[in-house]
Write a protein that binds this ligand. Structure first.
Ligand SMILES: [Zn+2]
Length: 312
């Protein structure tokens, strides 16, 4: 079994975080008896830093126990650090990518990896992306934009060009939504996270990113958020509004079939529906391991599709 949505933090990255607390505020606090400490970076998005996040042996043992033979490992979104000066984000990204690449390389049969890039400094991000690929990583994981600016914005062109030149994977992973209406009871995660993906995916379609950069392998988290469910609305908008038809080269449903989706949906009905909209070969097994909201093990196998996606 394969898994394309999984997270890991190399120990040296956690050490870097401790050493740089003056510039990157972080806390690690015992919050719930019997649980591991919770890590909070920059006052946002606390999560239980389970041992499997940073202990390579524990991580690999749990993969084996679950029957997972190959995992695409990503950095954690809490450490994208886009809100910091570019030199900080770049230093953290380079350290993260180097450490992850070393680990992946020494477990080549079992692991592939994605890097993180300083999206807050797009020229540098393109350079960090190229360097990550040179290290043997398969692409990058990025947030759905930065400071409210969507990924189709001209400023991100260097990133898309670099990814397109290399046919790299760009895994779009949502961050928490800060809409004031949903700041309680985990709503930023329950519904805000898939909403962020929904906005981002439609922006990639209508903003022409998929037309301009057809070689990029765009992977959307959590089954593509809510967008696949609204394929009928998108199609109707395309047929009745010339502005939409003029903005893109094909009906929206066709663009949905040009991206890849993980299977982090829990519900077989949602998974069946997604496969029927975007094609079975576009839905890849994922777990979001080791976060609380994980599907463990993944709901799908689809090994041939993953092999072709990862080029392995
Ligand atoms: Zn995730």
């Amino acid at each position: 079994m394969f898994d394309v949505h999984s997270h890991f933090v190399p120990r040296r990255v956690l050490e870097w975080l401790e050493l740089n607390q003056a510039r990157v505020p972080m806390t690690l606090d015992e919050r719930v008896p019997g649980k591991d400490p919770f890590l909070t970076v920059n006052g946002k998005w606390s999560f239980e830093l389970k041992r499997t996040f940073f202990d390579p042996a524990a991580y690999l043992a749990e993969q084996s126990d679950a029957g997972i033979t190959h995992t695409l490992v990503s950095p954690i979104p809490q450490l994208f650090l886009y809100d910091f000066p570019a030199d900080i984000t770049t230093a953290a990204s380079e350290l993260y990518n180097g450490e992850l690449a070393d680990w992946v390389q020494s477990n080549g049969e079992r692991l592939s990896g994605l890097g993180t890039i300083p999206l807050n400094a797009p020229e540098q991000a393109a350079q960090t992306l190229r360097a990550a690929l040179d290290l043997g990583l398969k692409g990058v994981i990025i947030g759905p934009g930065h400071q409210g600016i969507p990924l189709s914005d001209e400023r991100f062109r260097p990133v898309w060009e670099a990814a397109d030149d290399a046919g790299a994977i760009v895994f779009i992973h949502p961050l928490l939504n800060d809409d004031p209406r949903i700041q309680r009871l985990m709503m930023p995660n329950l519904i805000g996270v898939p909403w962020e993906t929904t906005i981002c995916a439609l922006d990639l379609i209508l903003g022409g990113v998929l037309d301009k950069y057809p070689n990029v392998k765009v992977l959307l988290a959590h089954g593509g958020g809510f967008l696949p469910y609204q394929v009928g609305r998108l199609t109707q908008g395309y047929s009745v509004w010339p502005a939409i038809r003029n903005a893109i080269q094909a009906p929206p449903a066709e663009y949905l079939r040009r991206m890849w989706y993980d299977s982090v949906l829990w519900d077989e009905r949602s998974l069946d529906y997604l496969q029927s909209v975007v094609g079975v070969e576009r839905v890849l097994p994922g777990s979001d391991y080791p976060f609380d909201l994980r599907v463990w093990p993944p709901m799908l196998t689809n090994e041939d599709a993953v092999r072709s996606f990862l080029n392995i």
